[in-house]
Write a protein that binds this ligand. Structure first.
Ligand SMILES: [Zn+2]
Length: 459
């Protein structure tokens, strides 16, 4: 079979694969046809693209909120999780299509070719359906592969649980959507690069009836959720069943499930996760910035739990998956349970593939979708040295080309989609709302301070 040959100084087929020198990846109809020496593949190529540097599998951001602008641009700085969640109520609402186009365009430019994004709104069914359509539109426009998760809550999520009295929602936010409308939500027309999953945003923010209804309606779709992100998500329950118990009891912990954070699970709970077949998503930069503690990822891996990486739309600049890999290494070594560079590269590739339920991703092998990243990094002598170079020294500035489904989405460091216009519109929206947003943040201060004080007492 003939195709287009992407050639490079080296091809890294997988974290546990091979490093081939003066090699290439032959692609046709969106798939990888062959990987091997240029000398062998060139005669089968109708066209050769010289990518220079190193070709590697596209990476997976397995937990995102698809925010196009960093929250610091909204005046919301990193803070302990519970206080930070309160402050989110002050955010300027941004147009979804532009937000997702910019977010996913920025992810492509750090070598992320698949994203799992959590969508969520308190609005009614019609508005939620529009949000889904606009999010899919934005992802299609950037060219990324996406698993879009419709998230649901029917309890206060910006207050300690159980939410009572003074701990009601900071502003009169009502849930315009009940779970019966949610499970009937129309997510729009199918698309080859977009798949849909669902889940409670977190079990502690959804009632038992809602959890059961989501399970019944999920069918064979993927389930994604937040799970035991901070210690207070257990402490504030004061003896009531823990989120993982309720998730499990509802039948939402299983092979189709991936859960983000999982910072505060006991050994017995981790074994339950392992036995269920669920995957966990480590979000080390987010965990650090929101001061929730450090997930014991080496333990997850030793137990055989599929482990992925998530950027979680955190950070004060453009997302950098290489920074997230380094933070995972750093966090693990501080815990005294170190990870190797190949471990974090595995999490960013095949682990991510497991967390989104698409085992074809994360490896450059014949038959796999042609999701490929071309790095402007020097070829190394062998696989281990190449992984070291990528993990220790790589950054989004080294991502020179990216292909998704064999289609170029980043060429010579530039996104192929027109992201500039969308970014300008987001900036205009933020600027227009600056004074009103600051006033909303000021009005929230007493609640944020009270939650901060309570969190300090209970931590
Ligand atoms: Zn999250």
């Amino acid at each position: 079979m003939t195709g287009v040959l992407l050639r490079a100084d080296a091809v890294l087929t997988a974290h546990d694969g091979e490093l081939l020198h003066d090699a290439g990846v032959l692609i046709a109809a969106g798939r990888i046809v062959a990987v091997g020496p240029v000398a062998e593949l060139a005669r089968r190529a109708v066209r050769v693209i010289d990518a220079g540097g190193v070709l590697m599998p596209g990476m997976v951001d397995a937990h995102s909120h698809l925010r196009g602008m960093p929250l610091t641009a909204q005046g919301i700085d990193p803070a302990p999780l519970e206080a930070w969640i309160c402050a989110l109520s002050a955010m300027t609402a941004l147009p979804t299509r532009d937000d997702v186009l910019v977010a996913t365009g920025d992810l492509l430019q750090t070598g992320v070719t698949t994203v799992q994004g959590m969508l969520h709104t308190f609005a009614d069914a019609a508005e939620y359906a529009q949000l889904c359509a606009d999010a899919a539109d934005g992802a299609v426009a950037s060219g990324i592969r996406a698993v879009l998760i419709t998230g649901f809550t029917d309890r206060a999520e910006r207050a300690p649980e159980p939410a009572e009295g003074a701990w009601a929602l900071p502003e009169p936010v009502t849930h315009a959507l009940d779970v019966d409308d949610f499970v009937r939500l129309d997510v729009g027309a199918p698309h080859p690069r977009i798949s849909w999953g669902t889940g409670p945003v977190a079990a502690q923010w959804a009632g038992d009836h809602a959890l059961a209804a989501i399970r019944d309606a999920a069918g064979d779709r993927r389930i994604h959720t937040h799970l035991h992100e901070s210690p207070l998500q257990r402490t504030w329950l004061r003896g009531l069943p823990a989120p993982i118990d309720r998730l499990d009891a509802a039948g939402l912990l299983g092979e189709r499930t991936s859960a983000a954070h999982a910072v505060h699970l006991t050994d017995a709970e981790l074994r339950r996760v392992r036995d269920s077949g669920a995957a966990l998503v480590h979000c080390p930069v987010s965990n650090r910035d929101l001061r929730v503690g450090s997930a014991r990822v080496a333990r997850w891996r030793r137990l055989g739990i599929p482990a992925a990486l998530g950027i979680d739309s955190q950070g004060d600049g453009a997302p950098d998956m290489f920074d997230v890999m380094r933070e995972a290494l750093h966090t693990a070594s501080v815990l005294g349970e170190p990870l190797e560079p190949a471990d974090v590269l595995a999490m960013a590739t095949t682990g991510g593939a497991a967390a989104v339920g698409d085992p074809r991703l994360g490896r450059l092998v014949p038959g796999a979708p042609a999701d490929i990243v071309g790095l402007n990094l020097p070829a190394a002598a062998d696989l281990a040295a190449q992984i070291d170079t990528i993990v220790a020294h790589g950054s989004r500035a080294d991502v020179r080309h990216v292909w998704v489904d064999g289609r170029a989405v980043v060429l010579e460091w530039l996104a192929v989609a027109d992201v500039k216009g969308a970014r300008a519109r987001l900036t205009t929206e933020l600027d227009r709302d600056t004074a009103a947003r600051a006033a909303r943040l000021r009005a929230l201060r007493p609640i944020v301070d009270a939650v901060t004080a309570l969190a300090a007492v209970d931590s």
